[in-house]
Design a protein around this ligand. Structure first.
Ligand code: SF4
Ligand code: SF4
Length: 313
């Protein structure tokens, strides 16, 4: 999953699709205007520059050809060609404001994943394990583009987010600023909302993992391996998907066993290894009780201490 996908404007915005049904060239012009204005707003670009940007868009030969052939195209053909037109609109609007306004929108939506280049932030003590959480390989994450649950193809270490609103925990809302701006992680330094390709390139590069950070602690790595085996994201995913297919609640027995193991191992880390609860989301990843929420399941514990899975939100 590409995390910067949320920076890409939606390709089928309500209102614009309706205009594709009309044979009038004026409706094509209106669709371009509407899309351009929406992208300007989402980018916090100066709205008074709309006319100037539209002039730039209209000079493009693709725009001219599209407009001239509009009446002869079917609504399906218009929809297909619109993707290319929209990409040109996006590029033109982005090019009109190629700098950061420090509006904080990107920090308000999501926290960054870390890369090996960010190691010094931990070595220097600017970031602590308790500031981080791990998304383990195979964990389900919502793909914003397809609205499907995808399984992560690699481990990610992220800065924690505020539970109440999902903002990066280092974002100071009252000051609208980053508390570590001068030493912010690589992803934040690369973030350019006017140039989504910058993050796309970064996304294909190596990510920081727990192994980078704990490589000198063989005993701890061994314990993490035990946790991986007993609380495997792959087995969890497969058991829940079998339950979805068959409706057999017995398919969830192994999930309940993994939930219990996860709690036992977390308690062991706190009681025997004297690790703080705040560090556990980094060391062991998010609790499985949290992970199953992505599958719309909720964990409940009865008076005998037995776990049950029920359908959640
Ligand atoms: S990069 Fe982030 S802070 Fe800068 S203008 Fe874009 S959304 Fe705002
Ligand atoms: S570390 Fe700073 S720049 Fe990066 S997302 Fe958090 S608040 Fe924003």
């Amino acid at each position: 999953m590409s995390q910067d996908s949320e920076n890409t404007p939606s390709m089928d915005e309500a209102g614009i699709q309706d205009l594709f049904q009309s044979d009038s060239q004026n409706d094509f012009v209106s669709a371009v205007r509407l899309a351009t204005n929406r992208i300007l707003i989402s980018l916090h670009a100066e709205e008074e520059r709309l006319e100037e940007i539209l002039e730039e868009i209209e000079k493009n030969s693709f725009y001219q050809d599209f407009k001239n052939s509009w009446e002869d195209l079917t609504p399906e053909e218009r929809t297909r060609k619109w993707q290319q037109q929209l990409e040109h609109i996006v590029q033109t609007v982005y090019a009109s404001r190629p700098y950061c306004l420090r509006c904080g929108d990107c920090c308000s939506r999501v926290s960054p994943s870390l890369h090996p280049e960010d190691l010094d932030l931990l070595k220097d003590g600017l970031l602590r394990f308790s500031d981080l959480y791990t998304l383990r390989k195979g964990e389900p994450v919502l793909n914003n583009i397809t609205a499907t649950l995808d399984n992560l193809s690699e481990e990610l270490i992220k800065l924690k987010e505020k539970p109440e609103n999902g903002q990066c925990s280092f974002y100071d809302e009252s000051e609208k600023s980053c508390r570590i701006y001068e030493q912010r992680p690589l992803q934040c330094r690369t973030q350019e909302c006017w140039n989504p390709q910058a993050l796309e390139k970064l996304w294909s590069k190596d990510k920081l993992t727990r192994r980078h950070l704990l490589k000198d602690d063989a005993e701890l790595l061994e314990l993490l391996e035990i946790h991986e085996q007993r609380c495997s994201t792959e087995k969890l995913d497969s058991a829940i998907k079998k339950y979805w297919e068959t409706g057999e609640t017995s398919e969830l027995d192994s999930v309940i066993d993994m939930l219990s193991q996860d709690v036992i191992i977390r308690n062991f880390f706190m009681e025997k290894l004297e690790r703080s609860e705040e560090e556990l989301d980094f060391l062991l990843g998010r609790p499985l009780a949290k992970v199953v929420e992505a599958y719309k399941l909720k964990v409940e514990k009865d008076e005998n201490g037995t776990y049950h899975l029920i359908h959640g939100e």
